[in-house]
Design a protein around this ligand. Structure first.
Ligand SMILES: [Zn+2]
Length: 240
């Protein structure tokens, strides 16, 4: 009996082209079959293969807690901004018993603990909750949790695998080319600061930490609440 072709033609339940499979599974299969560990790919290629750009990004991030290691040029400077590197294939999420791998619900307590430990700031770019991105006064940073290691089953150990990230840094492709400030542009910005603030900045740089005033810290916590809760609280406290 000839079954030569069998191993190379994927069965429908393991075919990334099968639109009835969940996006997370399709992304995983596409990475396994079209990229293979140890190779680079671009998010654009992935988006072309699997429609639904926003979902694709999110589902790719969802693979990290399942042990998948996908590097961006934020952690591998050799990569171009649009390039990603598939370092390691994690749990086979296309198999039924692994389908939920890494998607364990992170408890509200763990979430709060991680945000508090990271002082309500993105660990990659340092932006605080609800702050505006530099040069974009109308933007509002939203904090989320990123996974730096495979998420442990043990809730107590989960916090160690998690870091606070803003939604923008959490997006695995990082910022678009040209989005980032150059060293000389940065120096111009530093020199333009009033003396006192320049000194303050240098202190933050020396400590690699920007302290928040107590009111700012509470503000960040407030901004992390869902909108309905914030509205209620505002009415309550402002008496309107
Ligand atoms: Zn960030």
């Amino acid at each position: 009996m000839f079954e030569w072709g069998v191993s190379i033609v994927p069965t429908p339940d393991q075919d990334w082209r099968n639109a009835t499979l969940g996006t997370r599974v399709r992304v995983a299969l596409w990475l396994r079959d079209e990229v293979c560990a140890g190779n680079t790919f671009s998010k654009a290629t992935l988006r072309t293969a699997i429609a639904g750009a926003e979902q694709v990004d999110r589902r790719m991030r969802d693979l990290r807690p399942a042990g998948w290691v996908i590097r961006t040029n934020l952690d591998m400077p050799i990569l171009r901004p649009e390039q990603l590197y598939l370092e390691k294939i994690g749990a086979p999420v296309w198999e039924r018993k692994h389908r939920g791998a890494g998607l364990r619900q992170i408890s509200a307590k763990t979430r709060r603990d991680v945000y508090a430990r990271d002082r309500y700031m993105c660990r990659r770019c340092g932006i605080g909750a609800a702050e505006a991105y530099p040069g974009e006064p109308d933007s509002t940073a939203r904090l989320t949790l990123g996974c730096v290691r495979t998420l442990a089953a043990d809730e107590a150990a989960q916090a160690e695998a998690l870091v606070t990230e803003c939604a923008r840094c959490s997006d695995s492709a990082g910022s678009a080319p040209g989005d980032r400030i150059t060293v000389s542009e940065f120096k111009v910005q530093v020199r333009a600061l009033p003396d006192g603030q320049q000194q303050e900045l240098l202190e933050w740089m020396a400590d690699d930490f920007r302290p928040l005033r107590p009111a700012e810290r509470v503000w960040s916590m407030y901004r992390q609440l869902p909108a309905e809760l914030r509205d209620g609280m505002r009415r309550d406290l402002l008496g309107g």
